[in-house]
Structures are given as C-alpha cells and as structure tokens.
Design a protein around this ligand. Sequence first.
Ligand SMILES: [Zn+2]
Length: 149
Amino acid sequence: MLFQLFVETEVRDMGSTQTHDKCPRCDYDYAMFDFYYRIQAQYVFCERCGYSYKHDQEGEEESFGVGSFRVMPVQGAGVLGSFDKLEDREQFLKDFKDGKMVDEEGKQPKELTYTFLENGEWFIYDLVNDETKPFPTLPFWAEEDKEEE
Ligand SMILES: [Zn+2]
C-alpha cells in the first residue's frame, strides 16, 4: 500500500484532519490517523510497523504489513508505504542495489529507509548511508516541532 507524503502543510487543504494515536498492531503512539471529512474517508498508517487501515466509499481494508518504507526524492513529494510481505522488502532492497530507485535525472533519493522487526524491537534501515538504527521513539515531525521551540 502506498501513501503520498505531504511535506508541505499547505496541502492540508484537502479537507482532512490529521491526528496521531496508538497503532492497533504494534502500540506505537504516533500512528497517523487521517480523516477526510469532505469525502467521509478514514485512513490510518503506522510508520513503524506499516499497519494500514482504510475506510471509504469503496469499503474497509486493513493491512498488517511487515514494516514501512519512506522514499524522499531530491525534488518533489516523498512516498510512504508498507511491505505486505518480506519478499516485497527484499525486492525493494534489490531494486536499490541495482540502481533502479532513481528519478528522471538519474538521481538517487536523498532519503531511503525501511523499518523491520528483529527480536521484538523495531529498527530503521537507511539504505543511502547503509546504517541501521533503533526506530526513534518520536516521529520525525515531532522532533522537528521540538527543534522549532
Ligand atoms: Zn504500528
């Protein structure tokens, strides 16, 4: 499942209210809950485990996923999504190693990460820098808020 990641706050003019709450799957406190009141649609996405839930005119859909990924190109909006199965994650890594994750100008994304669970702990793997870190307790936007204070 794919989600467009709106980094620009002006894009919020789509009639949505965005909040965060505990993820029903992994208990992460910052799963994103989007409610689009104009079209009566509810979306939930957990950036840690990749859990997603969608309830709109087409019905209800829940996906448990095996981790999430984030792609931030040099220009334009980033993409956030989840892997439905481990093979998808392996393919993602393979595509990166094969140099397939580039934009029209052949530029590698400035940020490319995915999350994974190991021994009960969530980690985030940074493909660009080949670095693995524990998944942060606070999401990136909460950290940015803190820096602005
Ligand atoms: Zn979760």
